[in-house]
Design a protein around this ligand. Sequence first.
Ligand code: NAD
Length: 408
Amino acid sequence: MKKKYVLVGASGRAAYMFAKPMKDDFQNECEIVGIFDINPLRIEAVKTMAGIEDVPGYTDFDKMIKETKPDCGIVTVKDCYHHEYIVRLLNSGVDAITEKPMTIDEVKAKEILDAQKATGKKVVVTFNYRFAPYVTKVKEVIATGVIGEILNVDFEYMLDTWHGADYFRRWHANKANSGGLLVHKSTHHFDLVNWWINDTPEELFALGSRRFYGDNRQKHGERCMTCKEECTFRIDMTKDDFMNKLYANCEEGDGYIRDTCLFRDGIDIEDTMSVNLKYESGAFLSYSLIAHSPYEGYKASINGTKGRMEVAEYHSGIEAKNPSYYINIYHRDGTVSNINVPKSEGNHGGGDQRLLKMLFTDNLPDPLGHMANTIDGAKSIMIGICANKSIAEKKNIVLKDVLDWSKY
Ligand SMILES: NC(=O)c1ccc[n+]([C@@H]2O[C@H](COP(=O)([O-])OP(=O)(O)OC[C@H]3O[C@@H](n4cnc5c(N)ncnc54)[C@H](O)[C@@H]3O)[C@@H](O)[C@H]2O)c1
């Protein structure tokens, strides 16, 4: 039977990941019955972009729930409000699907876990990266045992100066909104490693700095649209149809400015981060994230008792032109196996489309456990949350001392 969904947040993500595909590709499985945001202009923009003009828009969440009686709410607002709407959905007897990160600190994470326990409702955390065919293949190959018991993982993620810089232009640039990049962005990467090696994070130490973006690099204005300074990072929102419709044209509704200067005062997130983590099995993770690389992607190696696996994905730069990805396995006898994984079409390495199919089709088999729940969501954000604490307090942090998710 068709399920009734409400969109909680008229965000960019709501428009291209959910509203449009739900209308175009999943109309037999789901119906969008309402869309909520604090900005009525952005609600109208999302409706027009997705071709769902008939769907009622709401700036009053409770009114939407009362009038539309949904089966499920899809939470795609700013990260710092995820917990609020997940809890309100659950307490109204409605299941929730939430964008990553599940939330941004341990107090909010506990509220979600408590509400889910009390209501028994379902919460899915949309880790779309798990669904990319290349990433799935890595999971599959590790699960065969070919590299043996996992001893250590090195994972290096590079954001380029288009994507990476963008986090410093808008709400993500403050930890109170996003938890910083170790929560907002790294939640994907920590979840991948947790899922690939099927382990639980235990204790960590982290370092972080901001030396590329922020107020210490060059003369700056307040926002690109009005800035008179010479700057290679300038963007013109009015020349990009998506940004123009969703952000520039909607500023009057809530004052959300999408092109604030990435060299302005007041930014408090890091652009260079490093985490050393121990898993419950005894395996180590060495992780780094930079937001100022000339190209974007990741390189990882996974070392086990029987061998070593090397993987890499490039999203921009010269290597991004390769038609396929490789998994290289170095065996103890000196031989090497190469697995070639052709690139997939679609957003996020083809992950978005596969995730949507899983979300909206009943009873699809899930042998590798792609669908993530609140415990998976907690395990990945708690690495970032505790890394933030470690940076601030300059000490090791045991994750379960901060939030013991095993009680749920
Ligand atoms: N999985 C992925 O690959 C992926 C990619 C992009 C974004 N996301 C996630 O999607 C979410 C939205 O990101 P975006 O970049 O599309 O955001 P955005 O900046 O386009 O939109 C944020 C929305 O939140 C709304 N909002 C702000 N405060 C609110 C409040 N108090 N109550 C209700 N709504 C409020 C704003 O009005 C705006 O419409 C984030 O959680 C982000 O992490 C995930």
